[in-house]
Design a protein. Structure first.
Length: 305
């Protein structure tokens, strides 16, 4: 599939026009999106839509030691036995040798702090961009522009691939830093990687990945500066960004739609209750955002139009 033409450089002028245009035409979901969603058993109603509201954060657990000031926690929206949708995963990411992946039977165990198991990753992990999807932990090995898949059953890395040109280890992080150059995401349509390159001059680049081989299937270059936003996530093929990691009353401030290759400005209220947001990811099975906010593992309910 030929890639879309590169998005124009950021220019606030045509914004109103873009918004009008998207309201007027109500663009149908892209072929890619429809095919992916429809080909899945039991997903006739993908319930896909645009994000219109994010609720207040609900705290699930709190990290007790300094290593948990920032981190990542998640559940697998399409788990593989023996794991379930309740199995909860967590990595405390403060430190240079981050190798421990904690496994819990359910999110309730997080609060009590007793993991059912601790996996020791064969390679240390960098940053808070990891996700769990279809029985694998997808993560960025330390000081590399690669993405790796760690099989949770076999407890081994089954795939690893470089993301061509991706900045890493502090070249194009989110605004809070933390080496968040390469961020993985999961939505109704599959696995994504969010990053930037020299060619894109620091703008967010979004690629769809094959979850088995990590091969890049398609790439979009947005006009949203990666260092200018606090974090991002993908819902129904649209990338959303968070304005600030520390302002208590932040917003979801941009949306980039891969179906139309256009971005628009938004202003959906988003609360950073503990003033230090280091990770946010969407879970399509739960229809919630999972986030890590200064030692606290929280979820946010969302509403789609």
């Amino acid at each position: 599939v030929p890639g879309p033409t590169a998005a124009p450089r950021w220019d606030p002028q045509p914004l109103a026009y873009q918004e009008l245009q998207s309201e007027r035409t109500e663009v149908p979901a892209s072929q890619l999106l429809e095919e992916t969603v429809l080909s899945r058993p039991g997903s006739e109603d993908s319930g896909c839509g645009k994000l219109v509201w994010v609720g207040e954060p609900v705290v699930f657990g709190r990290a007790e030691s300094i290593t948990g000031k920032y981190g990542v926690w998640m559940k697998d929206p399409e788990p593989v036995p023996p794991f379930t949708r309740e199995t909860t995963w967590r990595v405390d990411t403060v430190g240079t040798e981050v190798r421990q992946l904690f496994q819990y039977e359910a999110a309730e165990q997080l609060a009590q702090g007793y993991p059912a198991k601790v996996h020791i990753l064969p390679r240390p992990l960098e940053s808070t961009g990891a996700v769990v999807y279809r029985g694998g932990l997808f993560f960025q090995p330390r000081r590399s522009r690669a993405v790796a898949r760690y099989d949770l059953r076999g407890e081994a890395v089954t795939a690893e691939r470089e993301i061509p040109g991706a900045g890493y280890h502090g070249q194009y992080p989110y605004s809070w830093g933390g080496y968040t150059d390469i961020d993985l995401a999961v939505d109704e349509t599959g696995l994504w990687v969010i990053y930037s390159t020299e060619k894109a001059r620091g703008a967010i680049v979004l690629s769809k990945l094959d979850p088995e081989t990590l091969e890049i299937q398609r790439t979009w270059e947005t006009n949203i500066r990666k260092r200018g936003v606090a974090n991002s996530f993908v819902i129904c093929g649209t990338l959303y960004t968070v304005s600030s990691y520390s302002a208590p009353n932040a917003t979801i401030n941009f949306a980039y739609d891969t179906a139309t290759s256009t971005s628009r400005a938004l202003s959906i209220p988003f609360e950073n209750r503990f003033r230090y947001l280091s990770m946010v990811d969407y879970n399509p099975a739960e229809r919630q955002l999972f986030a890590w906010d200064s030692f606290n593992m929280v979820t946010y309910p969302v509403r789609l139009s």
